[in-house]
Ligand binder design. Structure first.
Ligand SMILES: Cc1ncc(C[n+]2csc(CCOP(=O)(O)OP(=O)(O)O)c2C)c(N)n1
Ligand SMILES: [Mg+2]
Length: 349
């Protein structure tokens, strides 16, 4: 048997880097009104500032355990939130703080959960990856890669069973898209025409592994082809493109036509988690995306160009958002830890 002289991982490492280029990709965009631009800006800023603060607090030892930041990907969840209606659910993996805030969960409760305090969403016992809100229709927060995909499909099954016309938005990553349970879910979802939108957040890496190293088909919008699930690639850095694609996909599901896949081309600026030195990519690569595609900067620039806001007004919005985040971090550092008697509550045997 012939033996390969070099390990595949050593071959053309440069070529295996993902092409971080949105140039060829033209997504249809929804024209935003002034109100919508401001709404998108406030929501994305809230996530960005919250995550920056969480990163600082982690560095200070105030947050323990796993913590995966969403910085860079804000347009995906905010665009989908703007597209959905009350009653529609969201479920995601462990990079989940942005989804919680977009769903309207309280920043104080999320931050207090990160610091392990009693007024956190899981009473300080769940941490970053395990928060839920039935009220806001947010179903977690899942640490096992792709575990949320069959659960999201099950939520959609319940929607269909109850005939309540709600749609479940199920978010997962490019790495998760290679999990077997995703395809079992796709099969059932199309077979039973379940109201689920699979939102694949392709941020080009799964931990330190670039998509070209891990994936035979890197166009994730095609991952449903053999199940007849339609898919679209979307500029996930442009909140208007996300909203337009989200509305079409949600309408398809709500009309009883079954699932769709939206591949969001996006990027995370920070490491995979707080302990990742991110040596698998260059600083230039990150800087290029930040300067050319930042989702928040795009909205700011449109507001300025259309003279819908001045630099001063934009600064005031940022200051107001920072105040909300500071209040949340104050709360999360002063709130008490859970009582030791809580150790054995909420435990399923
Ligand atoms: C079943 C399982 N395998 C491996 C891991 C370890 N793990 C955590 S995150 C991750 C990468 C997933 O990447 P992706 O789906 O692209 O999401 P991203 O982190 O980029 O948002 C891996 C392998 C895990 N948590 N669960
Ligand atoms: Mg990824």
């Amino acid at each position: 048997m012939a033996v390969a002289k070099t390990k595949p991982a050593d071959q053309g490492a440069e070529e295996l880097r993902p092409a971080v280029d949105w140039g060829a990709h033209q997504s249809p965009v929804a024209e935003f009104s002034k109100d919508e631009e401001f709404q998108a800006l406030r929501q994305m800023l809230l996530i960005r500032r919250f995550e920056e603060k969480a990163g600082q607090m982690y560095g200070m030892g105030l947050i323990g355990g796993f913590c995966h930041l969403y910085i860079g990907q804000e347009a995906v969840v905010v665009g989908m939130q703007l597209a959905k209606q009350d009653g529609d659910q969201m479920i995601t993996g462990y990079r989940d703080h942005g989804h919680m805030l977009a769903c309207g969960m309280d920043a104080k409760g999320v931050m207090a959960e990160l610091t392990g305090r009693r007024d956190g969403y899981s009473k300080g016992k769940g941490g970053s990856m395990h928060m839920f809100s039935l009220e806001k229709k947010f179903y977690g927060g899942h640490g096992i890669v792709a575990a949320q995909v069959p659960i999201g499909t099950g939520l959609a099954f319940a929607n269909k069973y109850r005939n309540d016309k709600n749609v479940c938005l199920t978010f997962f990553g490019d790495g998760a898209a290679n999990q077997g349970q995703v395809y079992e879910s796709f099969n059932m979802a199309e077979l039973w025409k379940l109201p689920v939108v699979y939102v694949i957040e392709n941020n080009r890496y799964a931990m330190g592994t670039a998509v070209l190293r891990s994936s035979a088909q890197t166009d994730f919008s095609k991952r449903g082809v053999s199940f007849n699930i339609p898919g679209t690639q979307v500029d996930g850095m442009d909140v208007r493109a996300v909203k337009a694609a989200g509305e079409a996909a949600i309408a398809w599901s709500r009309a009883g036509k079954g699932p769709t896949i939206l591949e969001m081309l996006t990027y995370r600026y920070r490491g995979h988690s707080m302990s990742d030195p991110a040596k698998y990519r260059t600083k230039e690569e990150v800087d290029k995306v930040r300067t050319e595609h930042d989702p928040i900067e795009q909205v700011r620039q449109r507001l300025l160009d259309k003279k819908w806001a001045s630099e001063d007004e934009l600064k005031k919005i940022d200051a107001a958002v920072r105040a909300v985040v500071n209040e949340a971090s104050e709360f999360a550092t002063q709130d008490a830890e859970p009582d030791p008697s809580e150790l054995y509550t909420d435990v399923y045997r």
